[in-house]
Design a protein around this ligand. Structure first.
Ligand SMILES: O=C(O)c1ccccc1NCC(=O)[C@H](O)[C@H](O)COP(=O)(O)O
Length: 219
Protein backbone atom coordinates (compact mmCIF):
# COMPACT_ATOMS: atom_id res chain seq x y z
CA UNK A 1 0.00 0.00 0.00
CA UNK A 2 1.32 3.43 -0.85
CA UNK A 3 1.68 5.92 1.96
CA UNK A 4 1.08 9.58 1.21
CA UNK A 5 3.40 11.97 3.00
CA UNK A 6 2.49 15.61 3.46
CA UNK A 7 5.02 18.15 4.65
CA UNK A 8 3.01 21.09 5.90
CA UNK A 9 3.79 24.71 6.61
CA UNK A 10 6.39 25.22 3.89
CA UNK A 11 7.67 28.76 3.32
CA UNK A 12 11.10 28.44 1.76
CA UNK A 13 12.63 27.10 -1.44
CA UNK A 14 15.15 24.88 0.33
CA UNK A 15 12.62 23.17 2.59
CA UNK A 16 10.23 22.69 -0.33
CA UNK A 17 13.04 21.25 -2.46
CA UNK A 18 13.97 18.82 0.33
CA UNK A 19 10.36 17.68 0.65
CA UNK A 20 9.99 17.17 -3.10
CA UNK A 21 13.36 15.47 -3.53
CA UNK A 22 12.51 13.07 -0.71
CA UNK A 23 9.26 12.16 -2.46
CA UNK A 24 6.55 14.06 -0.57
CA UNK A 25 3.16 13.38 -2.12
CA UNK A 26 1.66 16.58 -0.68
CA UNK A 27 3.12 19.94 0.29
CA UNK A 28 1.07 22.22 2.50
CA UNK A 29 0.91 26.01 2.68
CA UNK A 30 -0.68 27.69 5.68
CA UNK A 31 -2.97 30.70 5.33
CA UNK A 32 -3.62 31.64 8.94
CA UNK A 33 -2.28 34.96 10.17
CA UNK A 34 -1.55 33.82 13.72
CA UNK A 35 0.61 30.92 12.56
CA UNK A 36 4.42 31.16 12.39
CA UNK A 37 3.95 29.22 9.14
CA UNK A 38 1.61 31.73 7.56
CA UNK A 39 2.64 32.41 3.98
CA UNK A 40 1.77 35.20 1.62
CA UNK A 41 -0.57 34.10 -1.18
CA UNK A 42 1.66 35.30 -3.98
CA UNK A 43 4.71 33.66 -2.39
CA UNK A 44 2.81 30.40 -2.04
CA UNK A 45 1.90 30.75 -5.72
CA UNK A 46 5.57 31.11 -6.59
CA UNK A 47 6.66 28.22 -4.35
CA UNK A 48 4.00 25.83 -5.55
CA UNK A 49 5.30 25.99 -9.12
CA UNK A 50 8.15 23.68 -8.13
CA UNK A 51 5.61 21.11 -6.95
CA UNK A 52 3.72 20.88 -10.25
CA UNK A 53 3.71 17.29 -11.55
CA UNK A 54 5.65 16.25 -8.43
CA UNK A 55 3.37 16.67 -5.43
CA UNK A 56 -0.08 17.97 -4.63
CA UNK A 57 -0.07 21.54 -3.36
CA UNK A 58 -2.47 21.89 -0.44
CA UNK A 59 -3.85 25.23 0.75
CA UNK A 60 -4.61 25.07 4.48
CA UNK A 61 -7.23 27.50 5.77
CA UNK A 62 -9.26 27.98 8.96
CA UNK A 63 -12.92 28.98 8.54
CA UNK A 64 -11.95 31.08 5.53
CA UNK A 65 -14.65 33.09 3.77
CA UNK A 66 -15.23 33.25 0.01
CA UNK A 67 -13.11 36.34 -0.50
CA UNK A 68 -10.12 34.72 1.15
CA UNK A 69 -10.54 31.38 -0.61
CA UNK A 70 -11.08 33.10 -3.97
CA UNK A 71 -7.82 35.00 -3.51
CA UNK A 72 -5.85 31.93 -2.41
CA UNK A 73 -7.16 29.74 -5.21
CA UNK A 74 -6.44 32.43 -7.80
CA UNK A 75 -2.94 33.12 -6.49
CA UNK A 76 -1.65 29.62 -5.94
CA UNK A 77 -3.88 27.23 -7.88
CA UNK A 78 -3.85 24.53 -5.20
CA UNK A 79 -4.54 20.91 -6.01
CA UNK A 80 -6.43 20.45 -2.77
CA UNK A 81 -7.97 22.51 0.02
CA UNK A 82 -7.49 21.55 3.66
CA UNK A 83 -10.19 22.99 5.90
CA UNK A 84 -8.78 23.11 9.41
CA UNK A 85 -11.47 25.03 11.26
CA UNK A 86 -15.05 24.39 12.29
CA UNK A 87 -16.41 24.17 8.72
CA UNK A 88 -19.78 22.36 8.63
CA UNK A 89 -20.54 19.56 6.15
CA UNK A 90 -22.65 22.08 4.19
CA UNK A 91 -19.70 24.45 4.05
CA UNK A 92 -17.41 21.67 2.83
CA UNK A 93 -19.91 20.91 0.06
CA UNK A 94 -20.13 24.56 -0.94
CA UNK A 95 -16.36 24.85 -1.11
CA UNK A 96 -16.06 21.71 -3.24
CA UNK A 97 -18.68 22.97 -5.69
CA UNK A 98 -17.30 26.49 -5.91
CA UNK A 99 -13.64 25.57 -6.45
CA UNK A 100 -14.00 22.12 -8.02
CA UNK A 101 -11.15 20.92 -5.85
CA UNK A 102 -10.88 17.97 -3.48
CA UNK A 103 -11.25 18.90 0.18
CA UNK A 104 -9.47 17.37 3.14
CA UNK A 105 -11.36 18.12 6.36
CA UNK A 106 -9.32 18.23 9.55
CA UNK A 107 -10.60 17.05 12.94
CA UNK A 108 -9.12 17.56 16.39
CA UNK A 109 -8.90 14.35 18.37
CA UNK A 110 -8.29 13.76 22.06
CA UNK A 111 -10.79 11.04 22.97
CA UNK A 112 -12.97 8.43 21.27
CA UNK A 113 -16.04 10.69 21.29
CA UNK A 114 -14.23 13.19 19.06
CA UNK A 115 -14.76 10.82 16.13
CA UNK A 116 -18.55 11.31 16.47
CA UNK A 117 -18.12 14.64 14.68
CA UNK A 118 -16.72 12.91 11.60
CA UNK A 119 -19.82 10.91 10.62
CA UNK A 120 -21.74 13.79 8.88
CA UNK A 121 -18.75 14.39 6.60
CA UNK A 122 -18.65 10.87 5.11
CA UNK A 123 -19.31 11.18 1.39
CA UNK A 124 -18.81 14.95 1.61
CA UNK A 125 -15.10 15.46 2.34
CA UNK A 126 -12.69 13.66 0.03
CA UNK A 127 -10.29 12.85 2.80
CA UNK A 128 -9.91 13.38 6.53
CA UNK A 129 -6.97 14.58 8.54
CA UNK A 130 -6.90 13.56 12.18
CA UNK A 131 -4.83 15.91 14.28
CA UNK A 132 -4.39 16.34 18.03
CA UNK A 133 -6.68 18.71 19.89
CA UNK A 134 -4.72 21.93 20.52
CA UNK A 135 -3.49 22.43 24.09
CA UNK A 136 -5.32 24.97 26.26
CA UNK A 137 -4.28 28.49 25.38
CA UNK A 138 -2.96 27.67 21.90
CA UNK A 139 -4.13 30.02 19.18
CA UNK A 140 -3.32 27.45 16.53
CA UNK A 141 -5.80 24.76 15.50
CA UNK A 142 -2.87 22.82 14.03
CA UNK A 143 0.89 22.75 14.05
CA UNK A 144 1.12 22.31 17.81
CA UNK A 145 3.51 19.37 17.72
CA UNK A 146 1.47 17.17 19.99
CA UNK A 147 0.15 13.69 19.30
CA UNK A 148 -3.11 12.04 20.25
CA UNK A 149 -3.56 8.43 21.28
CA UNK A 150 -3.33 6.60 17.92
CA UNK A 151 -5.11 3.56 19.39
CA UNK A 152 -8.31 5.60 19.11
CA UNK A 153 -8.13 5.18 15.33
CA UNK A 154 -8.91 1.48 15.72
CA UNK A 155 -12.58 2.42 16.16
CA UNK A 156 -12.73 3.63 12.53
CA UNK A 157 -13.96 1.54 9.64
CA UNK A 158 -10.85 0.34 7.77
CA UNK A 159 -12.08 1.95 4.54
CA UNK A 160 -11.90 5.50 5.92
CA UNK A 161 -9.28 7.47 4.01
CA UNK A 162 -7.38 9.71 6.39
CA UNK A 163 -4.03 11.30 7.04
CA UNK A 164 -2.56 10.88 10.50
CA UNK A 165 -1.26 14.11 11.92
CA UNK A 166 -0.13 15.73 15.14
CA UNK A 167 3.25 15.52 16.83
CA UNK A 168 4.84 13.15 14.33
CA UNK A 169 8.62 13.09 14.03
CA UNK A 170 11.46 10.81 12.97
CA UNK A 171 11.48 9.25 16.44
CA UNK A 172 7.85 8.16 16.62
CA UNK A 173 6.81 7.65 13.01
CA UNK A 174 7.69 3.94 13.07
CA UNK A 175 5.36 3.36 15.99
CA UNK A 176 2.65 5.48 14.35
CA UNK A 177 2.78 3.53 11.09
CA UNK A 178 2.72 0.21 12.93
CA UNK A 179 -0.18 1.29 15.12
CA UNK A 180 -2.55 2.61 12.45
CA UNK A 181 -4.09 1.82 9.05
CA UNK A 182 -3.35 5.33 7.88
CA UNK A 183 -2.89 5.85 4.15
CA UNK A 184 -1.20 9.16 4.74
CA UNK A 185 0.90 11.00 7.28
CA UNK A 186 1.27 14.72 7.81
CA UNK A 187 4.03 16.53 9.65
CA UNK A 188 4.93 20.11 10.42
CA UNK A 189 6.74 21.01 13.64
CA UNK A 190 8.54 17.66 13.75
CA UNK A 191 10.72 18.88 10.86
CA UNK A 192 11.38 22.33 12.30
CA UNK A 193 14.23 23.77 14.36
CA UNK A 194 11.93 26.52 15.74
CA UNK A 195 8.25 27.36 15.15
CA UNK A 196 7.87 27.95 11.41
CA UNK A 197 11.53 27.19 10.62
CA UNK A 198 11.62 24.07 8.47
CA UNK A 199 14.88 22.16 8.34
CA UNK A 200 15.82 20.37 5.09
CA UNK A 201 17.94 17.99 7.18
CA UNK A 202 15.06 17.12 9.51
CA UNK A 203 12.84 16.57 6.47
CA UNK A 204 15.40 14.11 5.07
CA UNK A 205 15.71 12.41 8.48
CA UNK A 206 11.95 12.04 8.63
CA UNK A 207 11.74 10.37 5.23
CA UNK A 208 14.61 8.08 6.17
CA UNK A 209 12.72 7.05 9.31
CA UNK A 210 9.54 6.44 7.29
CA UNK A 211 11.41 4.26 4.80
CA UNK A 212 13.07 2.28 7.61
CA UNK A 213 9.72 1.71 9.31
CA UNK A 214 8.10 0.58 6.06
CA UNK A 215 10.97 -1.81 5.28
CA UNK A 216 10.83 -3.22 8.79
CA UNK A 217 7.05 -3.60 8.58
CA UNK A 218 7.31 -5.47 5.29
CA UNK A 219 9.96 -7.89 6.57
O1 LIG B 1 0.69 24.47 11.25
C1 LIG B 1 0.03 25.49 11.52
O2 LIG B 1 0.58 26.49 12.00
C2 LIG B 1 -1.45 25.50 11.32
C3 LIG B 1 -2.15 26.64 11.64
C4 LIG B 1 -3.51 26.70 11.44
C5 LIG B 1 -4.18 25.62 10.93
C6 LIG B 1 -3.50 24.46 10.60
C7 LIG B 1 -2.13 24.38 10.79
N1 LIG B 1 -1.45 23.22 10.47
C8 LIG B 1 -2.09 22.15 9.79
C9 LIG B 1 -1.33 20.93 9.52
O3 LIG B 1 -1.72 20.22 8.60
C10 LIG B 1 -0.19 20.49 10.39
O4 LIG B 1 0.70 19.77 9.61
C11 LIG B 1 -0.74 19.58 11.47
O5 LIG B 1 -1.52 20.32 12.35
C12 LIG B 1 0.38 18.84 12.26
O6 LIG B 1 1.23 19.72 12.90
P1 LIG B 1 2.39 19.17 13.85
O7 LIG B 1 1.76 18.58 15.05
O8 LIG B 1 3.19 20.38 14.16
O9 LIG B 1 3.17 18.17 13.05
Amino acid sequence: MTLDIKICGLKTDDALAAALDCGASHVGFIFFAKSPRNVDKAEAGRLRQAARERAKAVAVTVDADEAMLDAIVAAMEPDMLQLHGKESPERVSEVKVRYKLPVMKAFSIREAADFDAVQPYYGVADRFLFDAKPPAGSELPGGNGIAFDWRLLASLDGTVDYMLSGGLNAGNIGEAIAATLSRGIDISSGVETAPGEKSPQLIRDFFRAVRAARTEGAA
